[in-house]
Write a protein that binds this ligand. Structure first.
Ligand code: ATP
Ligand code: MG
Length: 567
């Protein structure tokens, strides 16, 4: 490709809403152009990169024997009503009507459509297992679209759905997909980790997310410092921590006027938050009140809390007026002494002794509280987010926490959709069984942003070779004035093309500084510079994007040199 035939759409400044480096660089390098909140056009260079990512994904998915198909973006409401998700999905599902006033949605995901297909075309166990995938546009009306294509409303996803006679077969394909994802992310040159994720109703190890490690990641993931345990914070279990020490203090009531937060209480009473508890009140299944108790410095894990029996789903904090009416105080003064509602206590809070808590009377707290002596029955359980330094749930080592960007997710769905949509096949014994299903997603466009988060410097992107928009850029100095430079540049360009090198010849009438800056901003891994001075010596200048030194090599060796670099 010659620049004069192409669109190099680099810009000087990133817009103010571009908060993270990948968003800034994708705009500045001219990969994407914003149309509206969470909606981006992919300019030619951006699309070229997407196609390279898609090619790798396609090759690996095909290798795994998955079958590519393509489903519509627009989906009829009836399918979503069958699966009950029309009511459940909430405002992320963009709904609309056609001219006949029939309800439709823009597909945020395609379980319903693929289950409908499987229902029609898979009739016998002999056709199973089977795995379908597509690479296609999704729409999710995200509450907070941000970070460019990292969290956009319209984005490209590779989604796959497998169908099985039984759980065992599902487990086998799940393992194949796990390995396929590792192959894909390895080839994309990403520093990533598969982590255990929350698997909803199915339980077990039936869901993994693939996270690219980056400071700007929206998710927190935890690792053991001495084993390969890794999990999403949502999912990571915390362990029971043993029995509390015997009481040493008397139960005492103290005045705590005008303090609102646990930290205020602790600094007033001169105790550490680790020696206090906080009591949250949520709504129970019968609209009753239920207490959730955490150590003062810990955070509630809502996924864990919503799985507790007797608690209303989705998790809902109690109304403060209702709390005042039933418990006699505001949120900030609730405590566990004489509390007559079910009390669930996180393991870490359950092993405290002589701690501080609210007194169920405004502006008063207790000190010297002890579980057995002062509190009615409690149930201890895992309620909080794991924190750095906690013992690893697999019993090996301690937890470290890092930020991650979720680029892929694999999930064993079981019979959720085949039950609700009656997708069955005839088994070997002639009886109909609902198929087991797995689903497997990769955020194609998010991958590009994630890759840039990991590969950049102050001059721009440093693309790994697998997804760089071009493998090589030739920058001729005075291409439009010096016929010798022009001849040499054209000759090298043609030779590279003949050797299937994805090469860009920058033949624009721009100052060299601009051409250098653009090639670095765009992250093209290899660069040749041709000038009259070099030509006098039969030389050419080479520079790798990832390194700062420049080399001079013989012009005649240039093609074999670059082939060597690219192999
Ligand atoms: P997140 O927690 O980030 O919202 P999700 O759990 O909703 O992700 P999935 O439904 O598992 O995501 O979708 C599969 C993949 O699609 C994700 O792993 C992610 O890479 C990508 N993806 C999801 N939402 C978006 C979005 N709004 N913009 C870009 N990519 C997305
Ligand atoms: Mg989401």
């Amino acid at each position: 490709m010659k620049s004069s035939d192409y669109l190099i759409s680099t810009v000087k400044e990133a817009p103010n809403d571009a908060k993270i480096i990948s968003h800034q660089l994708m705009i500045r390098a001219g990969l994407i152009s914003k149309l509206a909140s969470g909606l981006y056009s992919y300019l030619p260079i951006g699309l070229k990169i997407i196609q390279k990512v898609e090619k790798i994904i396609r090759e690996e998915m095909n290798k795994s024997m998955a079958l590519e198909l393509l489903m519509p973006v627009a989906q009829p409401a009836e399918l979503w009503q069958e699966s009950k998700r029309w009511e459940e999905y909430g405002p992320e599902l963009l709904r609309f009507q056609d001219r006949h006033e029939r309800d439709f949605c823009m597909g945020p995901t395609h379980e319903e459509v693929i289950t409908n297909i499987a229902k029609q075309y898979i009739r016998s166990y002999k056709q199973l297992p089977i795995n379908f995938y597509q690479i296609q546009t999704k729409f999710r009306d995200e509450i907070r679209p941000r970070f460019g294509v990292m969290r956009s409303r319209e984005f490209i996803m590779k989604d796959a759905y497998s169908f099985h006679m039984d759980e065992e077969s599902l487990g086998e394909t799940y393992q194949v997909m796990h390995q396929t994802y590792c192959n894909i992310f390895d080839r994309l040159g990403l520093d990533y980790r598969p982590v255990l994720a929350d698997s909803g109703a199915i339980g077990g190890d039936s869901s993994h997310e693939f996270h690219v490690l980056a400071e700007s990641g929206e998710d927190a993931i935890c690792f053991s410092d001495s084993s390969d345990y890794a999990a999403n914070i949502e999912r990571a279990e915390t362990l029971p921590q043993g029995d509390p020490d015997a009481p040493a203090e008397e139960l005492k009531i103290v005045k705590t006027p005008n303090v609102k937060t646990i930290n205020d209480v602790c600094s007033l009473l001169n105790v550490k938050p680790e020696s206090s508890i906080k009591t949250l009140v949520v709504v129970g299944e019968e609209d009753n009140l239920v207490a959730l108790v955490l150590r003062g410095d810990h955070e509630l894990n809502e996924v864990k809390a919503s799985k507790i029996e007797g608690i209303k789903q989705p998790l809902q904090m109690a109304d403060e007026d209702e709390v005042v009416k039933q418990l006699g105080c505001n949120f900030g003064s609730i405590g566990v002494v004489n509390l007559d509602i079910p009390i669930f206590v996180d393991y870490a809070a359950a092993c405290l002794s002589d701690f501080v808590c609210g007194a169920n009377e405004n502006d008063k707290h207790y000190t010297g509280v002890n579980w057995e002596r002062d509190v009615k029955q409690i149930i201890s359980c895992d309620l909080r987010n794991i924190v750095a330094g906690d013992p690893s749930p697999d019993g090996q080592g301690f937890i470290e926490i890092k930020r991650g960007i979720e680029v892929g997710h694999i999930f064993q769905l079981g019979t959720k959709y085949s039950d609700s949509m009656s997708a069955n096949v005839i088994g070997e014994d002639g009886r109909a069984v609902n198929m087991n299903m797995g689903c497997y997603g990769i955020g194609v466009t998010r991958i590009i942003a994630a890759s840039i988060e990991q590969n950049h410097d102050d001059r721009g992107i440093i693309f790994p070779k697998a997804i760089a928009p071009f493998e090589l850029v030739i920058v001729p100095i005075n291409y439009n004035k010096s016929s010798r430079v022009r001849e040499l540049a054209d000759q090298l360009y043609n030779d590279c093309q003949q050797n299937n090198i994805d090469v860009l010849l920058d033949d624009r009438k721009e100052r060299p500084g601009i051409m250098f800056a653009d090639s670095e901003l765009l992250g093209i891994p290899h660069r040749f510079v041709i000038s009259d001075t070099h030509a006098d010596n039969g030389k050419i200048e080479y520079k790798s994007r990832a390194q700062s030194e420049k080399d001079e090599i013989d012009f005649n060796d240039a093609v074999s040199f670059i082939i060597e670099k690219l192999s």
